[in-house]
Design a protein around this ligand. Structure first.
Ligand SMILES: *[C@@H]1O[C@H](CO)[C@@H](O)[C@H](O)[C@H]1NC(C)=O
Ligand SMILES: *[C@@H]1O[C@H](CO)[C@@H](O)[C@H](O)[C@H]1NC(C)=O
Ligand SMILES: *[C@@H]1O[C@H](CO)[C@@H](O)[C@H](O)[C@H]1NC(C)=O
Ligand SMILES: *[C@@H]1O[C@H](CO)[C@@H](O)[C@H](O)[C@H]1NC(C)=O
Ligand SMILES: *[C@@H]1O[C@H](CO)[C@@H](O)[C@H](O)[C@H]1NC(C)=O
Length: 453
C-alpha cells in the first residue's frame, strides 16, 4: 500500500497539474529527484513486469535543441509511463519510458531508442532531459561545437519517417549506469508497457518494433536482446541495431584510463555500487579519501560533466591498491556478473552491429569475439567494422547506416539467415542513407562528420 503522505503528495500534484493545465506552459519540468510523479509505489511487488503504474502527457515541444536542427520536426504528443521492471538483483522496481508520437504517425512502426545518457544521476534521465525547458539539455555525446547530442538528429530522422519513438530511463529510478541486468530488463519492460498502453493514444495494436542504441544505449539494447528469450519471450522484434558496443566492462575500464572518457569510469563504478551492495562496500573501503571528493563530483554528474571532471585522470590513483584492486574478488565478480555480455543468452532478434575498429572506449576485439560467439550459436548478425574514425565519429557515420538497416526491418524486409561481416570505410555518410535521413539532416551530419574526422 502507498503511505498516506506519499499518496497525498501525488494526489495534490496530479490535481494541480489538472487545474494548472493551461498555465502549464509557465512551469518548466521538475527534476526527477524532486518530482513526485517518479515515486515508486510501496506495493511495487504487486505489479507484473511491464505493467503500468501511472501515466502523464507532457509538452509536445521537445527540448529546444531539436528545433535548432536544420529540419522541421513536428511532434503530435508525448506520453510518459511509469512501469514496473526488475532491477539488477531481481527485485521489482519502477522505471520510466517516454513515448513520442510524430505528426501523421504511422501506427505500425515503433522504434525503441535507448539514448546513451551515461550517468549515475537520476536527474540526467532522458524522460527529463528530452523535455522543453529542462535545465540540462538532452544528455549524450555532444556534436562538436554544439550543445546538440548525437542522438537528436537520429531521433528527429525517425520521427520524420513517421515512426513512433520511445526512449527509456533504462538505468532505473536510481540510475544504475552500466548495470546490464537492470538496463536490459527495463528496456524490455518499456516495450511491454508501450505495446499495452500505446494503442490508447493511437499506436497500432500490432506494430513492427525494433531496438536501437549506441554506446551506453547499446549496452541496454544488447543486454535486452540477450535477456529477451528468457525474460520477455512473447516479444518479437523486427531487429536491433547496436553501435559502439561495450561487451566487457573490465576492458572498457582499462581502455579509458587517462582519456577524455575516464570520468565514465567513476559514474560507471557508482552505477554498479547502486546495484550491488558488496561492490558499494568495496568502493567505500577502497576509495582513496583524498580523492573521494573529486570521484563523487564526477560520478554524480551528467555525461558531459563527468567527462570534464574526470577526463585525463589516472583512475587507478583513486583506488587503494591501484590496478591490483580491480583484480580482487568483489570487483571481478561484479564486472563479470553485471558487465560482461555473452553469458546470459543468445539473441534471436536479427542484429546490425557496427563499430569503429579504432574505438577508444571498448576494444574492437571484444565486439569481434561477441559477434563470433553469437553467430556460432545461431544468431543472425550483420556486422560492420569501420576502418575510419573512433567512438564519436562512428556514432554519426555508423548510425546513419543503422537507421537505413532499421528502416528495412520496419518495412518488413527479411534478413539473411546467416551472419556476415563487412569491412567498411565510412569517411563520409553512406549515400544510401540520404533517403532515410532526408536531405537536410544528411547534409548537417555530413558536415559534422567532416569536422570530426
Ligand atoms: C552549451 O551550453 C552551455 C551551458 O548552457 C553554454 O555555456 C555554452 O555556451 C553552450 N555552447 C554552445 C556551442 O552553444
Ligand atoms: C574482459 O576483459 C578483461 C580485462 O581486459 C579480461 O581479463 C577478460 O578476460 C575479458 N573477458 C572476456 C570474456 O573476454
Ligand atoms: C595521457 O594522455 C595524454 C593525452 O592523450 C598523453 O599525452 C600522455 O602521454 C598520457 N600519459 C601517459 C602516462 O600515458
Ligand atoms: C593510467 O593513466 C596514467 C596517466 O593518467 C598513467 O600514468 C598510468 O600508467 C595509467 N595506468 C595504467 C595501468 O595504464
Ligand atoms: C557480489 O554480489 C553479486 C550479486 O549478488 C554476486 O554475484 C557476487 O558473487 C558477489 N561477489 C562476491 C565476491 O561475493
Amino acid at each position: 500500500m502507498w503511505s498516506i503522505t506519499r499518496f497525498t503528495v501525488v494526489a495534490s500534484f496530479l490535481l494541480s497539474a489538472v487545474v494548472a493545465d493551461s498555465a502549464a506552459v509557465e512551469d518548466p519540468p521538475l527534476l526527477p529527484s524532486q518530482d513526485p510523479w517518479y515515486d515508486q509505489p510501496e506495493n511495487i511487488a504487486s505489479f507484473s513486469p511491464g505493467q503500468l503504474i501511472r501515466t502523464r502527457q507532457v509538452s509536445s515541444k521537445l527540448q529546444p535543441f531539436f528545433s535548432s536542427l536544420p529540419a522541421d520536426i513536428s511532434v503530435e504528443s508525448v506520453h510518459q509511463y511509469l512501469f514496473r521492471t526488475t532491477d539488477s538483483i531481481g527485485d521489482p522496481v519502477a522505471s520510466v519510458v517516454t513515448l513520442i508520437e510524430p505528426s501523421n504517425a504511422d501506427p505500425n512502426k515503433l522504434l525503441a531508442y535507448q539514448a546513451p545518457y551515461d550517468s549515475a544521476s537520476p536527474d540526467c534521465s532522458p524522460s527529463y532531459t528530452i523535455q522543453d525547458r529542462n535545465t540540462l539539455g538532452f544528455e549524450g555525446f555532444k556534436l562538436p561545437g554544439t550543445n546538440i547530442s548525437t542522438d537528436i538528429p537520429f531521433v528527429a530522422a525517425a520521427l520524420n519517417k513517421r515512426w513512433w519513438v520511445l526512449t527509456t530511463d533504462y538505468e532505473g529510478l536510481d540510475a544504475q549506469f552500466t548495470a546490464g541486468l537492470q538496463s536490459g530488463h527495463a528496456t524490455l519492460d518499456s516495450i511491454r508497457v508501450v505495446l499495452k498502453e500505446g494503442p490508447k493514444v493511437g499506436l497500432g495494436v500490432n506494430p513492427n518494433y525494433a531496438l536501437w542504441g549506441y554506446s551506453g544505449g547499446a549496452l541496454a539494447s544488447g543486454w535486452a536482446v540477450e535477456l529477451q528469450p528468457t525474460y520477455a519471450p512473447e516479444l518479437t522484434f523486427a531487429g536491433a541495431a547496436l553501435g559502439g558496443l561495450t561487451p566487457n566492462i573490465s576492458s572498457v575500464l582499462e581502455t579509458i584510463n587517462n582519456s577524455s572518457f575516464t570520468g565514465l569510469a567513476f559514474s560507471g563504478m557508482y552505477g554498479q555500487a547502486k546495484a550491488y551492495s558488496n561492490f558499494s562496500n568495496w568502493l567505500e573501503t577502497n576509495l582513496m579519501p583524498e580523492k573521494a571528493n573529486k570521484f563523487w563530483d564526477a560520478a554524480n554528474s551528467c555525461l558531459a560533466g563527468a567527462r570534464d571532471k574526470g577526463g585525463g585522470e589516472d583512475m587507478y590513483k583513486y583506488i587503494r591498491n591501484g590496478k591490483a584492486s580491480f583484480l580482487e574478488p568483489v570487483p571481478q565478480s561484479i564486472f563479470k556478473y553485471s558487465g560482461q555480455m555473452g553469458i546470459r543468452g543468445t539473441p534471436t532478434v536479427p542484429l546490425f552491429v557496427y563499430k569503429a575498429v579504432g574505438d577508444e572506449v571498448s576494444p574492437i576485439e571484444d565486439t569481434d569475439a561477441l559477434v563470433e560467439q553469437y553467430c556460432a550459436k545461431g544468431a543472425r548478425v550483420e556486422y560492420h567494422r569501420d576502418w575510419v574514425g573512433k567512438h564519436m565519429s562512428e556514432a554519426i557515420a555508423g548510425s546513419a547506416s543503422a537507421l537505413n538497416w532499421l528502416s528495412e526491418r520496419m518495412n518488413g524486409e527479411e534478413v539473411d539467415d546467416k551472419c556476415s561481416t563487412k569491412q567498411v570505410v565510412l569517411s563520409e555518410l553512406d549515400p544510401a542513407t540520404l533517403v532515410t535521413l532526408g536531405e537536410e539532416l544528411f547534409a548537417f551530419l555530413q558536415s559534422i562528420l567532416g569536422a570530426i574526422l
